[in-house]
Design a protein around this ligand. Structure first.
Ligand code: SF4
Length: 378
Protein backbone atom coordinates (compact mmCIF):
# COMPACT_ATOMS: atom_id res chain seq x y z
CA UNK A 1 0.00 0.00 0.00
CA UNK A 2 1.37 3.41 -0.96
CA UNK A 3 1.26 6.00 1.78
CA UNK A 4 1.02 9.63 0.66
CA UNK A 5 2.88 12.46 2.34
CA UNK A 6 -0.47 13.97 3.34
CA UNK A 7 -1.24 10.77 5.24
CA UNK A 8 2.19 10.97 6.90
CA UNK A 9 1.70 14.63 7.90
CA UNK A 10 -1.66 13.81 9.45
CA UNK A 11 0.06 11.41 11.89
CA UNK A 12 1.85 14.22 13.69
CA UNK A 13 0.19 16.61 16.10
CA UNK A 14 1.88 19.66 17.56
CA UNK A 15 1.97 19.01 21.32
CA UNK A 16 4.87 21.23 22.39
CA UNK A 17 5.38 24.96 22.01
CA UNK A 18 8.62 26.69 22.90
CA UNK A 19 7.68 30.17 24.13
CA UNK A 20 10.35 32.81 23.77
CA UNK A 21 9.05 34.73 26.77
CA UNK A 22 12.30 36.72 26.92
CA UNK A 23 14.34 37.61 23.87
CA UNK A 24 17.43 38.83 25.69
CA UNK A 25 19.94 37.17 27.99
CA UNK A 26 22.15 38.20 30.90
CA UNK A 27 24.88 35.86 29.63
CA UNK A 28 26.80 35.77 26.34
CA UNK A 29 27.65 32.07 26.01
CA UNK A 30 30.11 31.38 23.20
CA UNK A 31 27.98 28.70 21.51
CA UNK A 32 24.52 30.30 21.91
CA UNK A 33 22.44 29.52 18.79
CA UNK A 34 19.63 31.99 19.41
CA UNK A 35 21.56 35.26 19.25
CA UNK A 36 23.71 34.19 16.28
CA UNK A 37 20.81 35.66 14.32
CA UNK A 38 20.84 39.35 15.25
CA UNK A 39 17.18 39.80 14.24
CA UNK A 40 16.42 38.46 17.74
CA UNK A 41 17.35 41.93 19.03
CA UNK A 42 14.66 43.57 16.88
CA UNK A 43 11.95 41.56 18.70
CA UNK A 44 10.37 42.63 22.02
CA UNK A 45 12.78 41.95 24.88
CA UNK A 46 9.97 40.14 26.71
CA UNK A 47 6.69 38.83 25.30
CA UNK A 48 4.08 41.60 25.67
CA UNK A 49 1.03 40.72 27.79
CA UNK A 50 -1.36 41.16 24.85
CA UNK A 51 0.66 38.66 22.76
CA UNK A 52 0.69 36.24 25.69
CA UNK A 53 -3.09 36.54 26.15
CA UNK A 54 -3.90 36.01 22.46
CA UNK A 55 -1.49 33.07 22.35
CA UNK A 56 -3.13 31.35 25.34
CA UNK A 57 -6.63 31.97 23.97
CA UNK A 58 -5.64 30.42 20.63
CA UNK A 59 -3.88 27.57 22.36
CA UNK A 60 -7.10 26.85 24.25
CA UNK A 61 -9.02 26.72 20.95
CA UNK A 62 -6.37 24.45 19.47
CA UNK A 63 -6.32 22.06 22.45
CA UNK A 64 -10.11 21.65 22.25
CA UNK A 65 -10.36 21.31 18.47
CA UNK A 66 -7.33 19.03 18.01
CA UNK A 67 -8.24 16.65 20.82
CA UNK A 68 -4.64 16.43 22.12
CA UNK A 69 -4.50 14.54 25.41
CA UNK A 70 -1.65 16.61 26.91
CA UNK A 71 0.43 19.63 26.01
CA UNK A 72 3.84 21.05 26.93
CA UNK A 73 4.76 24.72 27.13
CA UNK A 74 8.51 25.28 27.38
CA UNK A 75 9.34 28.78 28.62
CA UNK A 76 12.57 29.71 26.92
CA UNK A 77 14.75 32.62 25.90
CA UNK A 78 17.26 34.16 25.83
CA UNK A 79 16.94 33.83 29.56
CA UNK A 80 13.26 33.19 30.41
CA UNK A 81 13.60 34.43 34.00
CA UNK A 82 14.19 37.93 32.57
CA UNK A 83 10.40 37.97 32.17
CA UNK A 84 10.45 38.76 35.89
CA UNK A 85 8.84 36.97 38.81
CA UNK A 86 5.54 38.88 38.76
CA UNK A 87 4.92 38.31 35.04
CA UNK A 88 6.02 34.68 35.26
CA UNK A 89 3.67 33.99 38.19
CA UNK A 90 0.78 35.59 36.29
CA UNK A 91 1.61 33.52 33.18
CA UNK A 92 1.80 30.28 35.17
CA UNK A 93 -1.56 31.08 36.78
CA UNK A 94 -3.11 31.64 33.32
CA UNK A 95 -1.66 28.34 32.10
CA UNK A 96 -3.11 26.57 35.15
CA UNK A 97 -6.53 28.08 34.40
CA UNK A 98 -6.24 27.03 30.74
CA UNK A 99 -5.49 23.48 31.79
CA UNK A 100 -8.55 23.42 34.07
CA UNK A 101 -10.80 25.01 31.43
CA UNK A 102 -9.72 22.57 28.70
CA UNK A 103 -9.42 19.54 31.04
CA UNK A 104 -6.08 18.79 29.38
CA UNK A 105 -2.89 18.54 31.45
CA UNK A 106 -0.44 21.26 30.44
CA UNK A 107 3.12 20.61 31.56
CA UNK A 108 5.19 23.76 31.97
CA UNK A 109 8.97 23.73 31.82
CA UNK A 110 11.57 26.46 32.16
CA UNK A 111 15.10 26.10 30.80
CA UNK A 112 17.25 28.66 32.58
CA UNK A 113 20.90 29.58 32.99
CA UNK A 114 20.23 29.45 36.75
CA UNK A 115 21.86 32.78 37.64
CA UNK A 116 18.71 34.61 38.80
CA UNK A 117 17.19 32.11 41.23
CA UNK A 118 15.91 33.48 44.54
CA UNK A 119 13.79 32.03 47.35
CA UNK A 120 10.66 33.61 45.81
CA UNK A 121 11.38 31.99 42.45
CA UNK A 122 11.77 28.63 44.25
CA UNK A 123 8.32 29.04 45.81
CA UNK A 124 6.83 29.82 42.40
CA UNK A 125 8.46 26.79 40.73
CA UNK A 126 7.01 24.61 43.48
CA UNK A 127 3.55 26.19 43.53
CA UNK A 128 3.11 25.70 39.79
CA UNK A 129 4.94 22.37 39.53
CA UNK A 130 7.35 23.72 36.93
CA UNK A 131 9.82 21.26 35.37
CA UNK A 132 13.02 23.14 35.80
CA UNK A 133 16.11 22.65 33.62
CA UNK A 134 19.40 24.31 34.59
CA UNK A 135 22.23 24.78 32.08
CA UNK A 136 25.63 23.99 33.57
CA UNK A 137 28.54 22.59 31.61
CA UNK A 138 30.69 20.99 34.30
CA UNK A 139 33.21 22.12 36.91
CA UNK A 140 34.06 25.83 37.16
CA UNK A 141 36.95 25.93 34.68
CA UNK A 142 34.95 24.04 32.01
CA UNK A 143 31.70 25.93 32.60
CA UNK A 144 33.25 29.40 32.78
CA UNK A 145 35.24 28.88 29.57
CA UNK A 146 32.03 29.27 27.56
CA UNK A 147 29.22 30.50 29.81
CA UNK A 148 30.25 34.05 30.68
CA UNK A 149 28.43 37.35 31.08
CA UNK A 150 28.90 40.43 28.89
CA UNK A 151 31.84 41.59 31.03
CA UNK A 152 33.57 38.25 30.47
CA UNK A 153 32.95 36.99 34.02
CA UNK A 154 32.09 33.31 34.47
CA UNK A 155 28.61 32.39 35.72
CA UNK A 156 29.52 29.22 37.63
CA UNK A 157 29.46 30.65 41.17
CA UNK A 158 26.00 32.23 40.70
CA UNK A 159 24.60 28.95 39.37
CA UNK A 160 25.98 26.95 42.28
CA UNK A 161 24.28 29.43 44.62
CA UNK A 162 21.06 28.94 42.64
CA UNK A 163 21.31 25.15 42.87
CA UNK A 164 21.80 25.41 46.64
CA UNK A 165 18.65 27.53 46.92
CA UNK A 166 16.71 25.00 44.86
CA UNK A 167 17.91 22.16 47.07
CA UNK A 168 17.25 24.08 50.31
CA UNK A 169 13.71 24.72 49.10
CA UNK A 170 13.08 21.18 47.82
CA UNK A 171 12.67 22.23 44.19
CA UNK A 172 13.45 19.36 41.81
CA UNK A 173 15.53 20.25 38.73
CA UNK A 174 17.30 18.64 35.79
CA UNK A 175 20.66 19.54 34.32
CA UNK A 176 21.44 20.20 30.66
CA UNK A 177 25.08 20.44 29.76
CA UNK A 178 26.84 21.04 26.44
CA UNK A 179 29.87 18.85 25.86
CA UNK A 180 33.30 20.42 25.68
CA UNK A 181 35.21 17.75 23.74
CA UNK A 182 38.54 19.17 24.97
CA UNK A 183 37.59 18.56 28.61
CA UNK A 184 37.93 15.36 30.64
CA UNK A 185 34.65 13.37 30.79
CA UNK A 186 35.73 11.59 33.97
CA UNK A 187 36.14 14.92 35.77
CA UNK A 188 32.75 16.04 34.43
CA UNK A 189 30.98 12.95 35.81
CA UNK A 190 32.81 13.20 39.15
CA UNK A 191 31.52 16.78 39.37
CA UNK A 192 27.93 16.01 38.36
CA UNK A 193 27.44 12.71 40.16
CA UNK A 194 29.72 13.04 43.20
CA UNK A 195 30.01 16.77 43.99
CA UNK A 196 26.48 17.76 42.90
CA UNK A 197 25.10 14.29 43.69
CA UNK A 198 22.79 14.38 40.66
CA UNK A 199 20.75 11.36 39.68
CA UNK A 200 20.46 12.26 36.01
CA UNK A 201 21.54 14.74 33.39
CA UNK A 202 22.07 15.16 29.69
CA UNK A 203 25.26 16.16 27.91
CA UNK A 204 24.37 17.62 24.53
CA UNK A 205 26.39 17.67 21.33
CA UNK A 206 27.35 21.27 20.36
CA UNK A 207 25.02 22.60 17.66
CA UNK A 208 26.74 23.19 14.32
CA UNK A 209 25.94 22.57 10.64
CA UNK A 210 28.11 21.44 7.71
CA UNK A 211 29.17 25.08 7.38
CA UNK A 212 31.57 24.54 10.28
CA UNK A 213 34.31 22.01 10.87
CA UNK A 214 33.28 19.71 13.72
CA UNK A 215 35.59 18.90 16.61
CA UNK A 216 36.09 15.21 17.33
CA UNK A 217 33.40 14.33 19.88
CA UNK A 218 33.61 10.52 19.77
CA UNK A 219 36.66 10.31 22.04
CA UNK A 220 34.77 12.37 24.61
CA UNK A 221 31.53 10.35 24.38
CA UNK A 222 33.24 6.93 24.34
CA UNK A 223 35.17 7.80 27.49
CA UNK A 224 32.06 9.32 29.05
CA UNK A 225 30.17 6.11 28.34
CA UNK A 226 32.92 3.89 29.77
CA UNK A 227 33.16 5.92 32.99
CA UNK A 228 29.37 6.02 33.32
CA UNK A 229 28.88 2.25 32.96
CA UNK A 230 31.88 1.34 35.13
CA UNK A 231 31.20 3.76 38.01
CA UNK A 232 27.74 5.29 38.01
CA UNK A 233 25.10 3.43 35.97
CA UNK A 234 24.80 0.71 38.64
CA UNK A 235 24.01 3.38 41.22
CA UNK A 236 21.00 4.35 39.10
CA UNK A 237 22.63 7.55 37.83
CA UNK A 238 21.43 8.39 34.35
CA UNK A 239 22.69 10.08 31.19
CA UNK A 240 19.79 10.73 28.84
CA UNK A 241 21.88 10.73 25.62
CA UNK A 242 23.15 7.18 26.27
CA UNK A 243 19.83 5.87 27.51
CA UNK A 244 18.20 6.97 24.27
CA UNK A 245 20.95 5.49 22.11
CA UNK A 246 20.65 2.17 23.98
CA UNK A 247 16.87 2.23 23.69
CA UNK A 248 17.14 2.96 19.94
CA UNK A 249 19.69 0.20 19.36
CA UNK A 250 17.30 -2.18 21.12
CA UNK A 251 14.58 -1.08 18.68
CA UNK A 252 12.55 0.71 21.36
CA UNK A 253 13.02 4.18 19.88
CA UNK A 254 14.36 7.42 21.27
CA UNK A 255 12.41 9.88 23.41
CA UNK A 256 14.46 12.92 22.47
CA UNK A 257 14.51 14.85 19.22
CA UNK A 258 18.30 15.00 19.03
CA UNK A 259 18.83 11.33 18.18
CA UNK A 260 16.82 8.66 16.34
CA UNK A 261 14.65 8.45 13.22
CA UNK A 262 11.65 10.69 13.82
CA UNK A 263 10.20 14.05 12.97
CA UNK A 264 10.73 17.11 15.04
CA UNK A 265 7.49 19.04 15.12
CA UNK A 266 8.21 21.25 18.11
CA UNK A 267 7.05 24.76 17.24
CA UNK A 268 8.45 28.03 18.59
CA UNK A 269 6.51 31.20 19.37
CA UNK A 270 8.80 34.22 19.31
CA UNK A 271 8.34 37.14 21.70
CA UNK A 272 6.35 39.09 19.08
CA UNK A 273 3.99 36.16 18.49
CA UNK A 274 5.71 34.94 15.31
CA UNK A 275 5.22 31.20 14.76
CA UNK A 276 8.44 29.43 13.81
CA UNK A 277 9.81 25.93 13.45
CA UNK A 278 12.16 24.41 16.04
CA UNK A 279 14.31 27.21 17.48
CA UNK A 280 17.69 25.47 16.91
CA UNK A 281 17.07 25.59 13.14
CA UNK A 282 18.25 29.19 13.51
CA UNK A 283 21.82 27.89 13.14
CA UNK A 284 21.09 26.85 9.52
CA UNK A 285 22.45 29.72 7.40
CA UNK A 286 20.20 30.38 4.42
CA UNK A 287 17.26 28.45 5.90
CA UNK A 288 14.25 30.42 7.08
CA UNK A 289 12.62 28.82 10.15
CA UNK A 290 9.72 31.30 10.13
CA UNK A 291 6.36 29.90 9.02
CA UNK A 292 5.15 33.38 8.01
CA UNK A 293 2.46 33.12 10.69
CA UNK A 294 1.79 35.02 13.90
CA UNK A 295 -0.52 34.15 16.78
CA UNK A 296 -1.97 37.67 16.57
CA UNK A 297 -3.42 36.94 13.12
CA UNK A 298 -3.37 33.16 12.73
CA UNK A 299 -4.73 30.17 14.58
CA UNK A 300 -2.39 27.45 15.84
CA UNK A 301 -4.04 25.04 13.35
CA UNK A 302 -2.72 27.18 10.46
CA UNK A 303 0.65 25.49 11.10
CA UNK A 304 -0.72 22.33 9.49
CA UNK A 305 -1.38 24.15 6.19
CA UNK A 306 2.08 25.66 6.09
CA UNK A 307 4.31 24.33 3.29
CA UNK A 308 7.39 25.09 5.40
CA UNK A 309 6.03 22.95 8.25
CA UNK A 310 5.28 20.07 5.88
CA UNK A 311 8.70 20.44 4.28
CA UNK A 312 10.51 20.10 7.61
CA UNK A 313 8.57 16.92 8.47
CA UNK A 314 9.46 15.54 5.02
CA UNK A 315 13.12 16.49 5.36
CA UNK A 316 13.39 14.86 8.80
CA UNK A 317 12.08 11.58 7.42
CA UNK A 318 14.01 11.62 4.13
CA UNK A 319 17.47 10.17 4.64
CA UNK A 320 20.36 10.48 2.20
CA UNK A 321 21.87 7.36 0.57
CA UNK A 322 24.71 7.03 3.12
CA UNK A 323 22.28 7.03 6.05
CA UNK A 324 19.86 4.66 4.29
CA UNK A 325 22.59 2.01 4.05
CA UNK A 326 24.01 2.68 7.54
CA UNK A 327 23.54 0.03 10.24
CA UNK A 328 22.41 2.79 12.64
CA UNK A 329 19.92 4.46 10.31
CA UNK A 330 16.98 4.03 12.70
CA UNK A 331 18.82 4.54 15.99
CA UNK A 332 20.72 7.57 14.71
CA UNK A 333 18.12 8.74 12.22
CA UNK A 334 20.68 10.72 10.26
CA UNK A 335 21.47 12.85 13.31
CA UNK A 336 19.77 15.92 14.73
CA UNK A 337 18.08 17.84 11.93
CA UNK A 338 20.00 21.16 12.27
CA UNK A 339 23.29 19.19 12.21
CA UNK A 340 22.36 17.87 8.75
CA UNK A 341 22.08 21.32 7.16
CA UNK A 342 24.56 22.37 4.47
CA UNK A 343 24.18 25.89 3.08
CA UNK A 344 26.12 24.91 -0.09
CA UNK A 345 23.57 22.27 -1.06
CA UNK A 346 20.86 24.33 0.66
CA UNK A 347 19.20 21.27 2.18
CA UNK A 348 19.09 18.78 5.05
CA UNK A 349 19.72 15.70 2.88
CA UNK A 350 23.14 15.01 4.33
CA UNK A 351 24.44 12.77 7.09
CA UNK A 352 24.96 14.62 10.35
CA UNK A 353 28.04 16.83 10.40
CA UNK A 354 29.04 14.52 13.30
CA UNK A 355 28.38 11.32 11.27
CA UNK A 356 31.81 9.72 11.80
CA UNK A 357 31.68 10.46 15.53
CA UNK A 358 28.13 9.13 15.84
CA UNK A 359 29.12 5.95 14.00
CA UNK A 360 32.13 5.44 16.26
CA UNK A 361 30.19 6.19 19.46
CA UNK A 362 27.22 3.99 18.57
CA UNK A 363 29.50 1.12 17.51
CA UNK A 364 31.29 1.43 20.85
CA UNK A 365 27.99 1.29 22.78
CA UNK A 366 26.66 -1.58 20.65
CA UNK A 367 29.82 -3.66 21.20
CA UNK A 368 29.52 -3.11 24.94
CA UNK A 369 25.90 -4.21 24.88
CA UNK A 370 26.69 -7.32 22.84
CA UNK A 371 29.85 -8.42 24.66
CA UNK A 372 29.61 -7.22 28.27
CA UNK A 373 25.85 -7.44 28.64
CA UNK A 374 25.34 -10.21 26.08
CA UNK A 375 22.28 -8.39 24.75
CA UNK A 376 21.14 -9.27 21.25
CA UNK A 377 20.81 -5.98 19.37
CA UNK A 378 18.99 -5.29 16.11
S1 SF4 B 1 25.76 7.39 11.78
FE1 SF4 B 1 26.04 8.72 9.98
S2 SF4 B 1 25.44 7.45 8.22
FE2 SF4 B 1 24.62 6.47 10.08
S3 SF4 B 1 22.54 7.27 10.25
FE3 SF4 B 1 23.89 8.56 11.54
S4 SF4 B 1 24.46 10.28 10.22
FE4 SF4 B 1 23.66 8.65 8.88
Amino acid sequence: MNVTWDQVYSQFQVKTLILKVANRCNLACTYCYWFQDKTAFSKPSVMPVDVEDVLLAKLGDYIISSGVDCFTLALHGGEPMLLGLKRTKALLEKIRTLSIDTSVPIRTSIQTNGTLITRDWCETFKTYNVSLGISIDGPKEVHDSSRRDFKGCGSFDKIIKGLKLLRDNDVPFGILSVCDPASDPEIALKFFFEELNLIGLDILIPDITHDEKPQNISNYYKRLFDVWVSKYANEGRRIRFFENIISSILGKGSRVETIGYSVNNIVTIDSDGEIMLLDTLKICKGFEPSLGLNVLTNSIEDIYDSDAYKEILREALTLNSKCISCQFNISCGGGYLPHRWNSKTNNFRNPSVYCEDLLTTMSHIKSFMESDLEIETI
